[in-house]
Design a protein around this ligand. Structure first.
Ligand code: FES
Ligand code: FES
Length: 169
């Protein structure tokens, strides 16, 4: 029998989000995506399928791309989470964001959070990916507008800009 909502236990979770300490109180099985969007007002991650299949909700958890719609907040204690908002801002775009703008890789733009965050995670572990590695990394990110060729061009440009930014550090 389902428990009434009022008796379901809430848990207090502390983690790091975009470099800042964050705390929330929620039922442990609440999807991370809902906490990010509704409690922390971080709307970069998008709700697409809600099933872990489209990639629209992608964030980076402890350095790896992850699907926030299927990650329970209860598993996020002491984890480090980066959302799109943690990359750059309008005045200081991250190289991956800059590349997606320059390549004009969007139509509706709904998939771009996932494309950008997946690309960021890829380049962090491999700044010089091959075409095959790029395609494999993005193979489970869906774009319903069909801008895949522009997105691939954006990722190639992102890799170049990213390497240049590393060489200037
Ligand atoms: S909304 Fe999370 S994978 Fe589709
Ligand atoms: S640009 Fe519309 S879903 Fe990708």
């Amino acid at each position: 029998m389902n428990k009434p909502l009022s008796t379901l236990a809430q848990t207090r979770i502390s983690c790091t989000v975009n470099g800042e300490p964050a705390t929330c109180t929620a039922m442990a099985d609440t999807p991370l995506l809902l906490v990010l969007r509704n409690d922390l007002h971080l709307n970069g991650p998008k709700y697409g399928c809600g099933l872990g299949e489209c990639g629209a909700c992608t964030v980076i958890v402890d350095g790896k791309a992850a699907r926030a719609c299927v990650l329970p907040i209860g598993a996020m204690a002491n984890r480090t989470i980066t959302t799109l908002e943690g990359l750059g801002d309008r005045e200081h775009l991250h190289p991956v964001q800059q590349a997606f703008v320059e390549a004009q890789a969007a139509q509706c733009g709904y998939c771009l959070n996932g494309m950008i965050m997946t690309t960021k995670a890829l380049l962090d572990r491999n700044p010089d990916p091959s075409e095959e590695q790029i395609r494999r990394a993005l193979s489970a990110n869906l774009c319903r507008c069909g801008t895949h060729l522009e997105i691939l061009a954006a990722v190639r440009l992102a890799a170049r800009l990213y390497r240049e930014s590393l060489s200037h550090e």
